[in-house]
Write a protein that binds this ligand. Structure first.
Ligand SMILES: NC(=O)c1ccc[n+]([C@@H]2O[C@H](COP(=O)([O-])OP(=O)(O)OC[C@H]3O[C@@H](n4cnc5c(N)ncnc54)[C@H](O)[C@@H]3O)[C@@H](O)[C@H]2O)c1
Length: 308
């Protein structure tokens, strides 16, 4: 028996996630979207790459949720991009409606699944998925920190001219301008970057990380990043399905950890077959804690707009 993963939203992030997952070979993938033909077409195209790539996983596309039944994991990437004249709050409410509808359908067909939320604004959408699903917090997790940390790792490796594999980095907080890259917990072959670079250089890399999403949007003009985001999603899915128990920064529903209550914020968690197996509480310095609290306040404001 192969695992089954549904990816909702067959756009850039969803389709690339489906591709990366299919190429792992251990999960059948169902791609869904509201646009007729797109999930079917992309799924068939991916299925036709299987003989060459050498995987037997089945990939199907659908506009209905019947095909998604009994998925182990459902990745939610459905959403709208911001259109001219739309405020942040307008987009928030539009995507809230989408994520709410998607979650209701998903839960009906896969009541035991783990939800991996990707749609933006990320932390608020996680909150919506948790509330609508009625799932325990272990089974609703948001992707942001793995991506933000991957960006930080990339910039550190570029700066020092070392392999990305030697670089570990940690970015906590909400997925937005207030994210909290943590140089003290970011290392190269075990050595904190605070011992390897000047404060000024670190500040430059931190700024580039914070603005990492916008840097890509500025190049692409239409649309946003999807190669690195889909890689990040698949690392999380892989850790869950294979019960690898990787410690990864993810959006998790905090209930007192880090002094934050009833809110999704990015923190290091242990991801295994039950979803969030543990929330890791690091000893933060006072200024790091203050940044995290500020980031949580920004998330809390957005959640307040949704009135859920
Ligand atoms: N968390 C992160 O770090 C991160 C990173 C990248 C992108 N994102 C977010 O992921 C989302 C997807 O990004 P993208 O680049 O793939 O966008 P995209 O526009 O390419 O794809 C979104 C897809 O969602 C579909 N959709 C809309 N409403 C739907 C519904 N009710 N049911 C099913 N499908 C529906 C659309 O038809 C479209 O195909 C966006 O909200 C984006 O901001 C988050």
């Amino acid at each position: 028996m192969r695992f089954k993963v549904t990816v909702v939203g067959a756009g850039h992030v969803g389709a690339t996630t489906a591709q990366r997952l299919a190429e792992k070979g251990y999960a059948d993938v169902v791609l869904t979207d509201i646009v007729e033909g797109v999930p079917q077409g992309k799924a068939l195209d991916l299925a036709e790459s299987a003989p060459v790539e050498g995987y037997d996983a089945r990939i199907t596309g659908s506009n209905s949720y019947e095909a998604t039944g009994n998925s182990d994991i459902v990745v939610i990437t459905a959403g709208l991009p911001r259109k001219p004249g739309m405020s942040r709050d307008d987009l928030l409410m539009k995507n809230y409606e989408i994520v709410r509808g998607v979650t209701e359908q998903v839960v009906r067909h896969s009541p035991g699944c783990i939800l991996v939320v990707v749609s933006n604004p990320l932390d608020a959408m996680c909150q919506a998925a948790l509330k609508v699903s009625g799932f325990p917090r272990e089974r609703v997790v948001g992707m942001a920190g793995v991506l933000d940390s991957a960006r930080f790792r990339t910039f550190i490796a570029m700066e020092l001219g070392v392999s990305v594999e030697n670089v570990h980095a940690l970015v906590m907080g909400g997925h937005g301008d207030t994210m909290v890259p943590l140089p003290r917990f970011s290392t190269v072959a075990g050595v904190p970057i605070t011992e390897l670079m000047t404060g000024e250089t670190i500040e430059k890399l931190v700024k580039r990380t914070r603005e990492g999403g916008a840097e890509i949007v500025a190049y692409l003009k239409t649309g946003s990043a999807y190669y690195a985001p889909s890689s990040a999603v698949v690392e999380m899915v892989d850790s869950i399905l294979m019960d690898r128990r990787k410690i990864l920064p993810c959006a998790a529903y905090l209930q007192g950890e880090y002094g934050i209550k009833d809110l999704f914020v990015g923190v290091p968690v242990k991801l295994g077959s039950r979803g969030i197996e543990n929330i890791i509480e690091l000893k933060l310095a006072p200024e790091e804690s203050a940044m995290l609290r500020k980031s949580a306040e920004a998330v809390s404001e957005l959640v307040g707009v949704m009135k859920i």
